[in-house]
Design a protein around this ligand. Structure first.
Ligand SMILES: Nc1ncnc2c1ncn2[C@@H]1O[C@H](COP(=O)(O)OP(=O)(O)OP(=O)(O)O)[C@@H](O)[C@H]1O
Ligand code: SF4
Ligand SMILES: [Mg+2]
Length: 327
């Protein structure tokens, strides 16, 4: 994929959280990620791997004391880091939208659902009040809220969790953004509602041709909804592949460990998980960040950090000894 074809181009992104008491924490360590228009990329990694930090860095909202130390974040060819605040704010909410969990906290409790969607349309689309309310009603219909004419006048506390999440999606998509970032957005919902909301998000972004960065800890869910999968570990992409290629032949030992964790086969889980807890949690120093937990670790892994390299057909992995055959 060429840089010109990307809607989002993140290159060599480093985000640091300085600390008085301990060494600076690097939440992102030279992360690279490209998303093409219309693509739905699943970004999967365990807690603390840097997923939310990436989402915030793209939005220019890394919380203090965090800082972007280095790297590039380009949206449709525009350098988001160099952009003045007003231009960047204009893009957020209109061209780049974010959906996060806990929809009730996202919604304003004293405004009706209709007013909240209409406000976005008023602000970003430059339409009049009547037209903005018509956009709100259209969006409630699009996200399949039952009885949308009535729900237009409902307050957030009158909605179920699944319905509130649909409203948040309606707000995010009201201006037909070019990039939607969903950060663990459905994790608080029960499984059936989660599947419905994801189905909806997928069909809406397809209709509107938006690219999506779909952030989750649940690798299984990405198989159904994403066109490409990126695996993040300790602030770096360790594997990136088309969904089909990824699930047919995962190459990085961490990816396989994540997949094995979902398997009903205890032997597979045991095979890909190190038992020697004494070294678990130790940092690998100069070597591979995953080495302390890796079942395939060899002396070279402790001495030399692996680069991201291409195995073929856009399938990339950051490992000296990738798995070449089905696990
Ligand atoms: N506000 C902050 N202050 C200090 N350190 C932070 C802050 N936010 C994140 N970090 C550090 O950055 C690392 C990455 O955090 P991040 O929230 O990006 O992880 P995540 O992958 O989104 O995890 P989760 O799946 O739990 O949401 C954390 O381990 C933490 O050490
Ligand atoms: S480089 Fe070595 S330690 Fe790191 S994931 Fe690959 S095999 Fe494991
Ligand atoms: Mg997070």
């Amino acid at each position: 994929m060429s840089a010109a074809a990307s809607i989002l181009d993140v290159a060599d992104l480093w985000v640091a959280f300085p600390s008085y008491r301990e060494a600076t924490i690097y939440a992102l360590k030279g992360l690279d990620l490209r998303i093409a228009p219309g693509e739905m990329i699943g970004l999967v990694g365990e807690s603390g791997s840097g997923k939310t930090t990436l989402a915030r860095a793209i939005m220019g909202l890394v919380p203090p004391p965090g800082v972007i130390e280095r790297g590039q974040v380009a949206f449709a060819g525009l350098d988001l880091r160099a952009m003045d605040e007003e231009t960047r704010r204009g893009l957020l909410g209109r061209d780049i939208a974010m959906v996060i969990p806990n929809p009730r906290a996202e919604l304003n409790p004293v405004l009706t659902v209709g007013q909240q969607i209409a406000n976005i349309a008023l602000h970003h689309l430059g339409v009049g009040r009547k037209e903005a309310m018509a956009v709100a009603l259209d969006m409630l219909r699009a996200v399949r809220i039952p009885d949308p004419e009535r729900r237009l006048h409902a307050y957030p506390h009158e909605l179920s969790g699944g319905m509130a999440q649909r409203v948040v999606i309606a707000i995010a998509l009201a201006c037909s953004p070019k990039l939607v970032i969903s950060d663990d957005a459905t994790s608080g919902l029960d499984v059936t509602v989660q599947a419905q909301v994801l189905d909806l998000l997928q069909s809406m972004v397809r209709q509107k041709g938006a690219a999506t960065l779909f952030i989750t800890r649940d690798i299984a869910i990405t198989a159904h909804f994403c066109s490409r999968i990126g695996i993040i570990y300790d602030g770096q992409i360790v594997e990136m592949a088309d969904t089909r290629a990824f699930f047919a032949r995962p190459a990085h030992p961490y990816s396989i460990m994540l997949l094995a964790a979902f398997s009903h086969n205890p032997a597979l889980r045991a095979r890909w998980t190190r038992g020697d807890v004494a070294i678990a949690g130790q940092r690998a120093g100069a070597g591979c960040a995953f080495a302390p937990r890796c079942v395939r670790r060899q002396p070279r892994c402790l001495a030399e950090a692996p680069e991201l390299r291409t195995l073929g057909f856009g399938h990339q992995t950051r490992c000296h000894f990738p798995v070449q055959a089905p696990a």
